[in-house]
Design a protein around this ligand. Structure first.
Ligand SMILES: [Fe+2]
Length: 311
């Protein structure tokens, strides 16, 4: 499992052998060549290695999402894009973004070659460092790729890190992750990340809005998550989410809706240690289930849902 990913393989990877193979793959793919991999799995962002194609892909994705997200994404995200002054024309240099980000909330972006071990990922978050893949997807991967690239990580995740409450939530999540790893509860905590940081929706006076990075960086899911009759939209419920499996290969069957970032931060503030055995004793829920006690905002019509197992 890798929580920095919005993607199948990375999410399912168990660390030990996979990590070695993954690093070899990254070396083979040239993602690390010439770069020293530091003990915390970061590298210096190799800005000299971006090609004009990389910059063109960034620009295309940025333009596409920035215009589509008007009226779809939460105001805090758009504000973050503006405040950060995130580059539209070229792949941003992390050092430049970090100047503003550090001033705003003390967060910084660190470049990684891709997959990093869970504990390393949590350690970064707990210290207000967001690990971002430095490389850009290929032209044929504009609409889908398996692992998070620079566009997903930077455009999708970084703007909200300028919001003080969300910034605190992410740090707390990292600390919680280190604890969950010791308690053998990463699967439950991963669901929280998935259904909030990656695929969360938020209720606003103007209607539902997107805040999850997995949606924000996806043209198709930016529309589907809000407009489609197929998926469920259910009010945020911490314990419920931590029992709910999810999709890694299709759009989500269920989106959970928070009322505010304060609600998210407050609900996840208490120590989860006693929760884990309580929840582990209960059956997990399918990605598309609706159960008693759910605050159902929209019951999905299940159209187009894959029959295969949820994760
Ligand atoms: Fe992500």
């Amino acid at each position: 499992m890798n929580l920095s990913a919005a993607t199948p393989e990375a999410t399912e990877a168990s660390f030990a052998g996979t990590m070695t193979a993954k690093l070899k793959e990254q070396f083979d793919a040239g993602l690390l060549s010439g770069q020293e991999l530091r003990p915390d799995f970061t590298i210096a962002q190799p800005v000299h290695r971006y090609t004009e194609t990389d910059h063109a892909i960034w620009r295309k994705l940025y333009d596409r999402q920035a215009s589509m997200l008007q009226g779809r994404v939460c105001d805090e995200f758009l504000q973050g894009l503006v405040t950060l002054g995130m580059e539209r024309d070229r792949v941003p240099e992390f050092d430049q973004l970090n100047e503003m980000l550090m001033r705003a909330t003390g967060w910084q972006i660190v470049a990684v070659p891709g997959l990093v071990p869970d504990e390393v990922f949590f350690e970064h978050l707990a210290n207000r460092r967001f690990p971002a893949s430095w490389w850009m997807r290929k032209p044929e991967q504009l609409d889908y790729l398996q692992e998070p690239d620079c566009f997903h990580d930077v455009f999708g995740h970084v703007p909200l890190l300028i919001n003080p409450v969300f910034a605190d939530y992410m740090e707390a999540y990292g600390k919680g992750g280190l604890k969950a790893a010791r308690l053998g509860a990463l699967d439950m905590l991963a669901r929280l990340y998935w259904y909030t940081v990656e695929f969360g929706l938020i209720r606003t006076p103007q209607g539902l809005r997107i805040f999850g990075a997995g949606i924000v960086s996806s043209q198709g899911e930016s529309i589907y998550s809000l407009d489609s009759a197929s998926p469920n939209r259910i009010g945020f419920d911490l314990k419920r989410i931590m029992r709910t499996r999810y999709r890694i290969d299709t759009f989500q069957k269920t989106y959970f809706v928070i009322d505010s970032f304060e609600q998210l931060f407050d609900a996840t503030g208490p120590d989860f240690t006693p929760l884990y055995p309580e929840l582990a004793a209960l059956p997990t829920l399918g990605a598309g289930d609706i159960v008693a006690g759910d605050q159902v905002i929209h019951a999905g019509n299940r159209e187009g849902w894959a029959d295969s197992d949820d994760i």
